[in-house]
Design a protein around this ligand. Structure first.
Ligand code: FE2
Length: 373
């Protein structure tokens, strides 16, 4: 049964201000950077690697609006990221949060049962003091806590300005990370929901199950956790029994375990975003043309021209607070794992549950092509 609440039932053990960045591990960061620039309009920001004194990995920091993606490639098999990549392929390793104190955040989480992965560290250069610590979450994904309030340098100690040849990229109207979704195994969703409630003090504000979203083949259960200030929204999915393999099960098989399924990026003009991204060659999920036939009847009056939405294949959903527009890319690597969502909110705080049915049918067509249905 679908359920949504605006009430905050959590406890703010320590303030989590916002997403600080996400870090992706990739086999070849130099080429991945080109993709995120040309396809999504990210701009070069900072870099670390052998040239800056880091011997075993390179990291490129890219910026688009108020969001930062860090693209990292290990340079040796002994780097922790090499085993990660061997198992999962390219994907999201770290969902990092801005906090007041990385030590306080780490100790607070560990006191309630979290497992540490990077003990609180402080690094320093002429830019000031930079604090970081990390804990584990589902699969081999981690959360880092970043305290950069006393750091006035570019990004972090060890990084320099990223200089790359200029590209003529159109504005993509992408502003910030809206939410980040994790897929976990059958029967694990509640456990991870409780983890975020207990360790972070987050609150579950959306819940839906197979009675809300299912096709003949595929269904899923989902909960959404949020921070007190609404800046962090983390949906968690688990597969529900279907006749054939669900898209979540396909993900879990190819990712070899739980991990981040999609990054949703907020747009302030989704028509401009999708037009530009399509021109840039981004491959989006197909939407059946019939989806638009009774859209106005389902959604009511909206600001956008439905014929433009039909042409760009943008999806619309509504709840009692307003509506949202969204569209999902196909997987952005060869394993059918991570994809990107573009979303614009016009009042709605939802996630497009009303669209999932139409989308599932589209995803299943893709799955069948891969022989995984
Ligand atoms: Fe989403």
């Amino acid at each position: 049964m679908a359920y949504m609440t605006k009430e905050w039932n959590g406890i703010e053990f320590f303030a989590i201000h916002d997403f600080h960045h996400i870090e992706l591990l990739t086999g070849n960061a130099k080429q991945a950077v080109h993709y995120y620039r040309t396809a999504f309009g990210f701009e070069p920001y900072a870099y670390c690697g052998p040239e800056t004194g880091i011997k075993d990995a390179v990291s490129y920091v890219l910026k688009n609006g108020n969001q930062f993606f860090v693209i990292t490639t290990p340079l040796s098999s002994s780097h922790i990221g090499s085993d990660w990549l061997k198992k999962h392929g390219d994907g999201v390793y770290d969902i990092a949060f801005s906090v007041d104190c990385n030590l306080e955040a780490y100790e607070s989480c560990l006191s309630r049962g979290a497992k540490g992965i990077l003990k609180p560290t402080v690094t320093e250069d002429e830019g000031g003091v930079f604090g970081k610590s990390s804990i584990k979450t589902y699969g081999d994904t981690i959360h880092s806590f970043i305290d950069s309030s006393k750091y006035n340098g570019l990004w972090a100690p060890g990084f320099e300005k990223l200089q790359l040849p200029k590209l003529d990229i159109k504005h993509t109207s992408l502003i910030r990370i809206d939410h980040i979704v994790g897929n976990v195994g059958i029967g694990e969703m509640e456990k991870w929901g409780e983890y975020y409630e207990k360790v972070f003090g987050f609150s579950i504000f959306v819940r839906f199950d197979e009675t809300d979203i299912s096709t003949k083949y595929s269904s899923l259960k989902s909960i959404v956790l949020r921070s007190k200030n609404w800046k962090i929204k983390l949906p968690i999915n688990e597969p529900a029994q279907g006749i054939k393999k669900s898209q979540i099960e396909e993900y879990l098989e190819f990712n070899e375990g739980p991990g981040v399924q999609h990054i949703a990026i907020l747009s302030d003009n989704i028509i401009e975003s999708i037009t530009t991204l399509r021109n840039n060659g981004v491959d989006f999920l197909d939407v059946p043309d019939t989806y638009y036939d009774d859209l106005e009847k389902r959604i009511g009056k909206i600001d956008e021209d439905i014929e433009v939405l039909r042409k760009l294949k943008i999806l619309v959903d509504k709840d009692e607070d307003g509506y949202l527009l969204q569209l999902f890319t196909k997987p952005i690597e060869d394993r059918p794992t991570l994809f990107i969502e573009i979303i614009q909110r016009k009042g709605s705080k939802g996630f497009g549950q009303g669209n999932f049915q139409a989308l599932f049918e589209s995803i299943e067509k893709e799955q069948a092509l891969r022989g995984n249905l």
